[in-house]
Ligand binder design. Structure first.
Ligand code: SF4
Length: 209
């Protein structure tokens, strides 16, 4: 990337846009809600089961002016979900301020591995073992979503739940490729530990993006 363009990306005036699409939020508290998704490229967390590995290399995704991203978003929905990749790789201040200036509700899906920037109406924190969230984001998270790939993830879930605020909603979500094995375990765990709720990737069952 040319140096000038890199500076614009570093300031959050341009962002590496992987894709943007209008769909139904499939997961967590807002499941079933129509929302416009903005997927920003770039992530170095490295989850082996990641279902958007093509997002990892930001250089593959064109630096896009945020006014263009916002201009597209306002045409579709009041609810915007910024996801990735790991969107907090970048400074989200300008993107979120422009979205909110247009009266939109702005949600983020993040591992929390990097500094929290931007102004958010809803923070979905989905911590990963390979890169811990920053201390700051735990207390600001509205929902905690733990991806359960194997039995060790229940212990990780409890460790993470001990760090969030009392108002944070707690979700256990089966990793898609291992769902047949883990759904019965999650159901059993939630019935024994009802502070948790089950989250499913319902968009995948609906066969939508
Ligand atoms: S944090 Fe998200 S985008 Fe990054 S590797 Fe993990 S699942 Fe994939």
């Amino acid at each position: 990337m040319k140096q000038e363009l890199q500076q614009l990306v570093d300031r959050g005036e341009f962002l590496p846009l992987m894709e943007e699409f209008y769909t139904i939020q499939g997961e967590g508290y807002y499941k079933g809600t129509a929302a416009y998704f903005i997927r920003i490229g770039g992530c170095d967390v490295g989850c082996h089961w990641c279902d958007v590995k093509e997002s990892w290399n930001a250089d593959l995704h064109p630096p896009t002016k945020i006014s263009k991203i916002v201009g597209n978003a306002v045409k579709y929905s009041d609810t915007i979900v910024v996801t990735g990749g790991e969107p907090l790789t970048w400074d989200m201040t300008l993107l979120t301020s422009q979205l909110k200036a247009n009266g939109l509700k702005v949600h983020i899906e993040t591992s929390g591995a990097y500094k929290l920037t931007g102004t958010w109406d809803w923070i979905c924190l989905s911590p990963k073992k390979l890169k811990s969230p920053t201390n700051e984001i735990y207390l600001k998270a509205d929902e905690l979503k733990i991806i359960v790939y194997n039995m060790n993830d229940f212990k990780f879930a409890e460790e993470q739940a001990s760090k969030v605020s009392d108002k944070c909603i707690l979700y256990l979500q089966p990793e898609w490729s291992n769902r047949d094995k883990m759904i019965p375990e999650i159901v059993d765990y939630v019935m024994k530990n009802p502070k948790w709720k089950v989250s499913l990737q319902t968009h995948k069952y609906l066969n939508i993006p």
